[in-house]
Design a binder for this molecule. Structure first.
Ligand SMILES: Nc1ncnc2c1ncn2[C@@H]1O[C@H](COP(=O)(O)OP(=O)(O)OP(=O)(O)O)[C@@H](O)[C@H]1O
Length: 253
């Protein structure tokens, strides 16, 4: 008889960083990061402006320099992860105005290019995937609209649809709710809640935790180039209360 399987310790890790440092042009911006994110976790990355949040998440995409330590994404060292379609990315502060005119469907279809060469005509399955991603982002009635005719919030949702269309296993979003109108924030929260329920692993850089209430199950705080907190939203509230108490004492003392 075969031996019993080893006890599991939860879902498989999707992201593993050990003593990892990232930066630009050889200069470290965020250092000594130890972080394990498991399949299905929704992690908010918080912290002051300039603390290194974007640099940290860009490290998962090979967009900032990996300077030391180890970084594995989906079981592969990040430098060797060639199938980039497995990670969806919504960059910071990008809207789509200016440049080439394109419809919502055309922009979202570019999210399939890493899976399909540009010269091969889109198949029915590709068109279906585009329609489903646009629908998921709450823009089903805008598929053939010119992106220039959409609000900033709707354009952010087009970028999210583009990140979703290749059905990534990990979704990295940099401030998805920043500068987004209230209606779009609500739609976004619904989209993210649905993705979370479907088990998509997400890493979301944000300054607006309240917009993601009930979706995020873990918080990682980056301050002065280091991870200074890693735990549940409840423990984070305690952590902040403690910091406020301490700084109050310092002011009084
Ligand atoms: N491409 C780059 N080249 C060189 N330095 C950079 C680059 N991008 C960011 N930096 C520097 O890295 C530091 C951290 O920036 P980063 O964007 O990671 O912070 P952040 O926490 O995401 O900030 P914010 O909340 O304002 O978006 C800053 O000092 C910034 O000037």
């Amino acid at each position: 008889m075969s031996s019993a399987p080893a006890a599991t310790t939860g879902p498989a890790p999707v992201i593993i960083m050990r003593s990892a440092s990232f930066g630009y042009a050889g200069r470290p911006v965020v250092t000594d990061v130890d972080l394990t994110v498991r399949a299905g976790e929704v992690v908010a990355v918080l912290g002051p402006n300039g603390s290194g949040k974007t640099t940290l998440v860009k490290g998962l995409l090979g967009l900032s320099e990996h300077l030391s330590g180890t970084v594995e994404v989906l079981g592969t060292p990040v430098a060797r992860l060639h199938d980039r379609a497995r990670i969806g990315y919504v960059p910071q502060r990008h809207t789509l105005v200016g440049g080439v005119r394109a419809t919502v469907g055309e922009v979202v279809a570019t999210g399939l290019l890493s899976r399909r060469p540009w010269w091969r005509p889109a198949r029915r399955a590709d068109r279906e995937a585009v329609r489903a991603a646009v629908e998921a982002a709450g823009l089903g009635d805008r598929l053939r609209f010119d992106v220039e005719s959409l609000s900033g919030g709707q354009q952010r949702r087009v970028l999210i649809a583009r990140a979703l269309v290749a059905r990534p296993e990990v979704l990295v979003m940099d401030e998805p709710t920043a500068g987004v109108d209230r209606a779009s924030q609500d739609v976004l929260a619904r989209v993210l809640r649905r993705l979370a329920a479907e088990g998509t692993t997400m890493l979301i850089v944000t300054h607006e935790l309240s917009a993601l209430r009930g979706i995020v199950d873990r918080i990682v705080e980056v301050d002065s180039s280091h991870v200074t907190f890693d735990g549940t939203p409840e423990r984070y509230a305690d952590h902040q209360a403690e910091l406020a108490r301490r700084s109050g004492r310092e002011v009084l003392g």
